[in-house]
Design a protein around this ligand. Sequence first.
Ligand code: HDE
Length: 679
Amino acid sequence: MKNNNNDKMDKKEQQLQQFVRQNEGKIMTSNEGVKISNDEDSLKAGDRGPTLIEDFLFREKMAHFDRERIPERVVHARGYGAYGEFELYESLEELTMAKFLNDTAVKTPLFIRFSQVAGSKGVNETNRDVRGFATKFYTEEGNFDLVGNNIPVFFIQDSIKFPDLIHAVKPEPNNEIPQGQTAHDTFWDFIANNQESAHMAMWIMSDRTIPRSFRMMQGFGVHTFRFVNKHGKSHFVKFHIKPVLGLRSLIWDEAQKLGGADADYHRRDLWENIENGNYAEYELGIQVLEEADEFKFDFDILDSTKLWPEEDIPVRMIGKITLNRNVDNVFAETEQVALHPGNIVRGIDFTNDPLLQGRLFSYSDTQLYRVGTNHQELPINRPVCPFHNNQRDGASRYIIDKDRIAYHKNSLADNTPYTVPGSKGGFVTYPSLVDGRKVRETAESFEDHFSQARLFWNSMSPVEKDHIMQAFSFELGKVQNISVRQQVVNMLGHISTELATVVATALGVEVPKVPESQVKKSSPALSLFNTKHSPKTLKVGVILESGFNGRETNYLLEQWKKVGLQPVIVHDELGVVKGTDGIELKVDQSFLTGSPLLYDGLYVGVSPNANENFLWKTKSFLIDTYNHFKPIGASEAAAPILESIGILGKPGVLVDQNPQTFSKEFIDAMTIQRFWQRV
Ligand code: HDE
């Protein structure tokens, strides 16, 4: 929601307002300010003659249009963002001197861009893919970017392999197929031949990569960072972001079909909810480790293919993130935002994680190419604190530096802009000890690729395991090369014989005879089933025929809205649908414009006497909802329809015999969301 009151705007919003332009109601001019009298006809020699090159208005308009696009991001091309704020619960002074983590009175403005890794800018939003979760905190001491994903580990250990990974996952270069998917030969060939990916492969084949909403997904900083306090003491830290609504995912059949029903499913969900005041909320958490404990684990804390089990190192919640404002212009803000894990502030520092180290080069480099030399000056990117230095010029320089002196050290400007020591707020790198010979090698402590993959497998519920097995069978089933299929299945054999056997059988390849990991431990925090769920903002499709029970339906709708459910009225035509008791409801979607895929549950207020087409459509909506394990509610009159398709009395299928109890039971069913017992 937009603020019009300047006093209520946070610092970032106030800053952005200086650049916002409103064109409605204004005279049209060229970029040079010349008023335009005709924007429909180019200047021609005679009304049927050729266009004249003299037409400076045509030339300006067309040349600008010709350059409207900038290169899409080489990865994470499709994304969507929103503004918000971070509020700290309690001072973390004992851990870090970062001011935004010390002072609970400070609300820090922020911008988050969610994204998909593999697809290009126009890819379907429900494809199976890792989601980026990248936050720019506009702190009083400069920008801090937490450029994370919705999965806590990564494919590779050393960033030098990143171009290879991305070449393998992107569409195959000879035919540019498939778009934004991992279900193809080159991707799985990479995985099989770079077995450090085993752990990540398990995560991406889980339901984590088909989230229900950006508002219902976790974020992770992935790497180990450092916090440094004012006494110079350092701790290792991992960042977590947890959604207040709990974690929810789509199921595969739904995700695939949703690509057709609404290719903008995730951005629409975020944009609409923020517009409606249902702000997206998360908690920021940290796992903290004493420096002295660096070597206490059976994995290397610098290895980004490993997580820190939350049961061993608990996540401490340190503050709340709320996304409460949509952008004004997606290009100016979301497309031009330049996120970079190297953007850190005093009190936060890097570790030697070889994946992080390479990212520190790649992001600023890619922004210089993609957005330009002066990208940090753009409204979305500039910090909210003052910034001064001797960097000058470059393409599209915006700021006018009026000083004569642009060098350090100087005497003519009294040696300003001046530097400040660490004790006065200057950034000082944590003096960690580095020693060793220059080598191109991987540390031995990075060599165990299967223990945590097994830990993940052990932590899954039976339904999640089943989904993982199906996902591997689907993806590898799309792989044409039999040897690649076999190689991946062999790799899975090291993780779990059960998993490898099921997948091998589905693919018609050999069950590998390799020793499986002996890890018995599990981490309940990794299962999607172990988070608290809320019914808030879930959508209920409500199919109503003319003459529906007005009073009863109104009562149900009110009860549901009270807990935050969002009813969507569905009828065979748009307009209004009339019920008994003089009640009329606005139709939100027709059978044609709506889809059972778009609702988290379905209620039918339809009697078997409805016309044939209406009944047929109702049944097809019911069948899809049922097959996707989602809650179904029905008026008493509709019970025979449920019976006719064989779903009456099945788990999560409820009939309204008493509106008071039914409305509550339906809310509980919506909170549960999926009734896996149906199969
Ligand atoms: Fe990225 N990544 N990445 N990545 N990444 C980019 O930067 C890169 C990695 C992530 O919404 C690029 O601005 C390398 C891990 C997000 O604008 C590029 C390596 C994690 C985004 C790049 C990684 C991420 C990017 C492309 C291996 C999770 C989108 C465009 C070391 C912690 C940010 C751009 C946005 C984007 C490089 C691995 C997350 C090319 C070299 C690990 C969320 O710079």
